[in-house]
Design a binder for this molecule. Structure first.
Ligand SMILES: [Zn+2]
Length: 184
């Protein structure tokens, strides 16, 4: 068995993280090129033990796609703990293509936040506690998903990535640190 090549995560300072990512047509979604980007995103995310989600620009592809790790849907997952080493999550990764947030709760909270592309910084960002998103799946089918807690937080962090925004743009108390929490 050959191990998949390690996919590097683009770090802050690379212009791809500041670009407005491109919306994908149905033909593009079905293309080998986009399928490979999604595969590479999943590989890159899986390699980050503390990662919960990743956006396409974070592997250098300026496309409106993000992937949420199946880890967070596993009952053994708790923020800061994760799935035991060497074990697979019970849930598949979930792919969001051309995602649009259609609802955000007025209730907001300062949430602790980090980013795979802004290591090793952490900070607090004010986020809505609930969010609804509409997106296309890998087959081009539209779906809508409402979320609270961590998933609502992820929806906001990842759609920001697709618009060239990093959490440090709106964060307070930004500092380097090894915080036992998951990052996006
Ligand atoms: Zn991020």
């Amino acid at each position: 068995m050959t191990r998949p090549a390690r996919i590097p995560i683009v770090q802050n300072g690379d212009p791809v993280l500041r670009a407005i990512a491109k919306e994908l047509s149905p033909t593009e979604i079905a293309s080998a090129k986009v399928k490979k980007v999604i595969r590479d995103m999943k590989t890159a995310l899986k390699a980050q033990a503390d990662g919960v989600a990743i956006a396409a620009p974070q592997i250098g592809a300026s496309m409106r796609i993000f992937v949420v790790s199946g880890r967070i849907f596993d009952s053994r997952f708790h923020r800061g703990v994760g799935i035991p080493e060497g074990e697979e999550p019970t849930h598949d990764d979930v792919v969001f293509i051309n995602p649009v947030i259609t609802k955000l709760s007025k209730t907001k909270k300062w949430m602790h936040e980090g980013c795979l592309s802004v290591r090793p910084l952490w900070g607090e960002v004010q986020r809505s506690t609930n969010a609804t998103i509409t997106a296309l799946d890998e087959t081009g089918q539209s779906f809508t998903r409402g979320a609270g807690g961590l998933l609502a937080h992820i929806f906001q962090h990842e759609t920001d990535h697709l618009n060239g925004i990093l959490f440090i743009d709106n964060a307070r108390n930004v500092a380097p640190g090894q915080v036992p929490e998951d990052i996006e």
